[in-house]
Write a protein that binds this ligand. Structure first.
Ligand SMILES: [Fe+2]
Ligand SMILES: [Fe+2]
Length: 355
């Protein structure tokens, strides 16, 4: 007897694609509304031993903790004192690395870079990297990456190299060489090659000793840490340090998520959708949906230092183009920035931990 492999389903159980997709779309937003965050307290970030890497890590936000995100993740890392080297690995996503305290080094594709507190590094996609700490105390750093975004697109790939010397590991994947010609294939290779140009030689570190803050029209003193404007080649990631003047604030605005603000030092609060959310040193403020928001420094004496991270140059620009004519980045017609006359900004290094 022949077995029919194709079985017609009874007509009564069939539902239209419209009903299936509508249900899926509704439950998607319901699900993600449950993941909304405002302030993630440092004390709620549980540190774990990570034996396979010989270090310790804890998650502020991301699927690798219990706080799902779809665009950016934020992870805290600790390299114990006298760690000769962590294991080596690489991934398809890139990441920003900000040193909180301690001193150590990171080797990126065989190039060793020594770092100190408030230095910022870029870990390019597909670059082998490992870290070490020769010091007597732990070294603590943060990473902010686009791993969730790449996972969403189905292209998040992680390769572990264990203790294999870097010269025995495969090189970074190479972009195609441009093909001469005007045909569609040739034009595609030319475009891709152009986009990839300079990635291997791109900037890898911003040393805090080498930069200075500039007062912005939004009312903060700001410093680029990682951005394409200062020689980095990122997948859209950008980091800026903002310093809110004592007792003052930044002008109000709204945009979609996800944007993160890591509080290096200070106490303050953010108004998000009209509700007040207090924060302190070590916390991360999350703007993860389209909401009016504004950040305030509660201290009348000290500035508050925050690192703002987003990848608007990639994902958010794409969404803005796709959703035009909706305006997804709004400021007030007149910026409500504070009057900074008479503000005495502290020394560039105030509050910076000793290396
Ligand atoms: Fe990594
Ligand atoms: Fe914002």
């Amino acid at each position: 007897m022949t077995i029919e492999r194709h079985v017609e389903r009874p007509a009564a159980r069939q539902v239209s694609h419209y009903v299936v997709q509508k249900k899926r779309r509704e439950s998607l937003l319901d699900e993600w509304k449950r993941y909304h965050k405002t302030v993630i307290k440092r004390k709620d970030v549980a540190m774990h031993d990570v034996p396979s890497r010989r270090m310790r890590s804890g998650v502020y936000t991301g699927w690798h903790g219990d706080r799902p995100s779809i665009n950016l993740d934020a992870t805290l890392h600790e390299i114990p004192a006298r760690t000769a080297s962590t294991t080596i690995h690489r991934h398809s996503w890139d990441a920003i690395m900000f040193i909180e305290s301690g001193a150590g080094w990171t080797e990126i594709d065989g190039q060793r870079i020594d770092w100190k507190p408030w230095d910022t590094l870029h870990l390019p996609s597909w670059a082998w990297h490992r870290h070490g700490n020769d010091g007597q105390g732990p070294a603590v750093y943060h990473t902010w990456s686009v791993q969730p975004m790449l996972e969403q697109f189905g292209v998040a790939l992680l390769e572990d190299g264990g203790d294999t010397p870097v010269d025995q590991l495969p090189l970074r994947p190479r972009q195609v060489d441009p093909v001469a010609g005007e045909d569609p294939y040739a034009r595609r290779t030319q475009r891709l090659a152009k986009q990839w140009e300079g990635t291997e030689a791109a900037r890898l570190i911003t040393r805090w000793d080498d930069v200075r803050g500039v007062v912005s029209p939004r009312g903060a003193r700001s410093t680029f840490l990682v951005d394409k404007a200062i020689g980095y080649h990122t997948a859209g990631l950008s980091a800026v340090m903002h310093e809110l003047a004592p007792g003052l604030y930044q002008s109000r605005h709204r945009h979609g998520g996800e944007a993160l603000l890591y509080v290096i030092s200070g106490d303050g609060y953010s108004e998000i959708d009209g509700a007040r959310h207090d924060w302190e040193t070590g916390d991360i403020i999350v703007v993860d949906h389209w909401a009016w928001h504004q950040h305030f420094n509660s201290s009348k004496e000290r500035t508050a230092r925050l690192v703002r991270i987003h990848n608007f140059d990639a994902l958010y620009d794409m969404i803005r183009i796709l959703l035009d004519p909706m305006d997804l980045f709004e400021e007030l017609p007149e910026l409500d920035a504070p009057d900074l006359t008479g503000v005495v900004w502290p020394d560039h290094n105030e509050g910076r931990p000793e290396a």
